[in-house]
Design a protein around this ligand. Structure first.
Ligand code: SAM
Length: 294
């Protein structure tokens, strides 16, 4: 069944409704119609959605649907959908399902034979991408980088291995971690890696910082505080161009600089990279087999 269009009543089904990521003008006419005509709005945070309801005089009742009750609530809502209700899902900002709740209820609804309608609109990653100046022909959305430095390095090193084949990569990043993330990008890809940092998109203080990671990092570091919401984008350079240290080279350096026995140096390296000791050992053997790590 199709969403029945402007003049007909809303068709039964699940509506994944994008909402603004900062600028309230970025709500679509269709989103307003769907939110007003639905039987229920399932919200990531009902207080956040209340602001939208107040601003646009939407009276539809709300229910919470967030990462902590996602599975249980999704099953309840699917029962209501099967009975013919029209339920809209919204997150705090942007497109539901993209680094936000929404995907699970969509797949449960599909499995139950309930129609699922996307109601497109704002999304931080795509907004940043199209204005980044980077290649948009081949890109991937990578969500949030791991919070722990070791795991973040491992994720970035994996991208480095993929090199240009990874295309333009877009990450979400929290304000208190953007500096660390940029430092890790610099460590893995080198100071000349071109990056784009998109801050506060669609808001009053929207800003794009574009350039070599070192200078973008210096620009942000010179500020009193680093605030706002961020999307980080870059197209990884080819493996041969980056200066990242191999695991074997790091182990050898720790042995040399700190006088550690090999196993202790390996343990330290594994910890810093957020991987297990045995995984690090296997990687070391692989590198030795391929002549790397010297
Ligand atoms: N579902 C949302 C979407 O479609 O973009 C993303 C939700 S995710 C939980 C929140 C993250 O998105 C933020 O930490 C930030 O990285 C990014 N983000 C959201 N709004 C933004 C904005 N106005 N400017 C830059 N980044 C934003």
């Amino acid at each position: 069944m199709k969403d029945s269009g402007r003049d007909a009543p809303l068709a039964p089904g699940l509506y994944l409704v994008a909402t603004p990521i900062g600028n309230l003008e970025d709500i679509t006419l269709r989103a307003l119609r769907v939110l007003s005509q639905a039987d229920l709005i399932a919200c990531e945070d009902t207080r956040q959605t209340q602001k939208l309801r107040n601003h646009f005089s939407i009276e539809t009742p709300t229910v919470s649907y967030h990462q902590h009750n996602e599975s249980g609530r999704a099953r309840e809502l699917v029962e209501r959908l099967k009975a013919g209700e029209r339920i809209a899902v919204v997150s705090d900002a942007g497109t539901p399902g993209i680094a936000d709740p929404g995907a699970e209820i969509a797949s449960l609804a599909i499995a139950a034979g309930v129609p699922v309608f996307p109601v497109p609109g704002a999304n931080a990653a795509l907004s940043a991408l199209v204005a980044s100046g980077l290649n948009v022909e081949s890109f991937s959305f990578r969500g949030f980088l791991p919070a722990k430095s070791g795991q973040r390095r491992t994720a970035l090193e994996e991208l480095r291995r993929q090199g240009m084949a990874a295309g333009t990569c877009a990450f979400y990043e929290a304000p208190h971690r953007i500096m660390e993330a940029l430092a890790d990008v610099e460590a893995v890809f080198g100071p000349e890696q071109h990056v784009v940092v998109a801050r506060e998109l669609t808001k009053l203080h929207e800003e794009f910082l574009r350039g070599p990671v070192r200078s973008v990092r210096e620009t942000l570091a010179a500020r009193e505080s680093v605030r706002g919401e961020f999307v980080l984008l870059f197209a990884p350079v080819a493996v041969e161009e980056g200066p990242a240290e191999s695991l074997g080279a790091e182990v050898a350096r720790l042995m040399r600089e700190l006088g550690l026995p090999e196993m202790d140096a390996l343990k330290r390296t594994a910890k810093a990279r957020g991987i297990g000791k045995s995984e690090a050992y296997r990687e070391l053997q692989r590198e030795r087999g391929s002549g790397k790590g010297r």
